[in-house]
Design a protein around this ligand. Structure first.
Ligand code: PMV
Length: 314
């Protein structure tokens, strides 16, 4: 039997914009998806025991099978002749927006590699998971699989002409508490990514300045993280949420969770990931503030993950 795991992630700055070559900032969180894989002489079977949004595993089943086929091809294993019994579990909930698909792809790729005695470097695992992500996201930036593979707090810039992406670790003085609130709505990242691309193409005069703002924002955010200026990071997260609203990827449930987090004293709050449902995140330094914001969200009937950004790689 082979085993593997992948990190969950939270995009702090630049989701959607990263698909178009704008830098983004992502942090792995201290929850992982784990996988165990056994060779069988039958077909590919997946036993998904991840907790999280009801319907997540069901809704993503077809995309999941396509992603496994893509992975096998990239590993030079024939999908038609490879029977696999795949188990998925771990502490990362299957909420949309936490990089659950990328974390599972990295976990499965590592487990398959171990089961078949294939030795892949982390960078190769990252490339395999990127292929798998195409099944979920259509034209992914690669930010999710990069965070899922390497962990840590990362600066990511997609290379739009096909060369290696820029991936740099950002140092932070110490980890900071955040919360991740789930709308409970299973979002379709592929459709959200396509929607932004279509609207950008149709309205360049409206969208191009927003993309320029997103680039400046990411650069400023990187500086404020390195300076450990938590107030500033929070302010920039608020601005990022407004930009995401302007490109039409928020929804009323996300805006509601962002607003109540701010009312409870969060330093900043924004949607995270693909939007249109899925998750939001709020910067809540210190256990007390984290608990206050988390409790309020739970009281309103939503699920919350209490975690930290900037945790060192395991
Ligand atoms: O919704 P998630 O966790 O899959 O995040 C998607 C992030 C996007 O920027 C919207 C897409 C991408 O590939 O970067």
């Amino acid at each position: 039997m082979g085993k593997g795991s992948g990190f969950g992630k939270v995009i702090l700055f630049g989701e959607h914009f990263v698909v178009h070559g704008i830098p983004g900032i992502v942090s792995a969180i201290d929850s992982t998806t784990n996988s165990e894989v056994k060779r069988t002489d039958k077909i590919i079977e997946v036993h998904d025991e991840r907790g999280g949004s009801k319907g997540y595993a069901e809704e993503k089943k077809f995309q999941q099978l396509e992603s496994i086929n893509r992975m096998l091809e990239k590993m030079n294993l024939s999908p038609e002749n490879t029977g696999l019994n795949i188990w998925l579990g771990g502490s990362l909930p299957g909420f949309s927006g936490l990089g659950a698909s990328a974390a599972s792809s990295v976990a499965i790729a590592r487990a398959i590699a171990e089961e078949f005695n294939l030795s892949f470097s982390d960078q190769e695992i990252n490339e395999i998971a990127y292929e798998a992500e195409k099944a979920y996201a259509g034209n992914p930036s690669g930010i999710d699989n990069t965070a899922a593979t390497f962990g840590g707090l990362l600066w990511f810039k997609k290379n739009l002409v096909g060369g290696p992406n820029i991936i740099e670790e950002i140092s932070i003085k110490k980890p900071v508490e955040i919360i991740i609130g789930s709308t409970g709505i299973v979002a379709n990242t592929k459709a959200m990514v396509k929607g932004v691309a279509d609207r950008k193409k149709a309205n360049p005069e409206q969208y191009d300045p927003l993309f320029e703002n997103a680039e400046e924002l990411a650069t400023e955010a990187r500086k404020s993280i390195q300076q450990y200026d938590l107030k500033k990071i929070g302010e920039l997260m608020d601005i990022n949420h407004r930009l995401l609203r302007e490109i039409n990827v928020s929804c009323k449930e996300l805006d509601f969770l962002v607003d109540i987090s701010k009312e409870q004293g969060a330093y900043g709050a924004k949607l995270t990931g693909g939007g249109g449902g899925g998750c939001m995140t709020a910067l809540t330094p210190g256990k007390e503030l984290q608990e206050k914001v988390a409790k309020k969200i739970e009281k309103e009937g939503f699920q919350v993950l209490r975690t930290k950004i900037g945790v060192k790689r395991i």
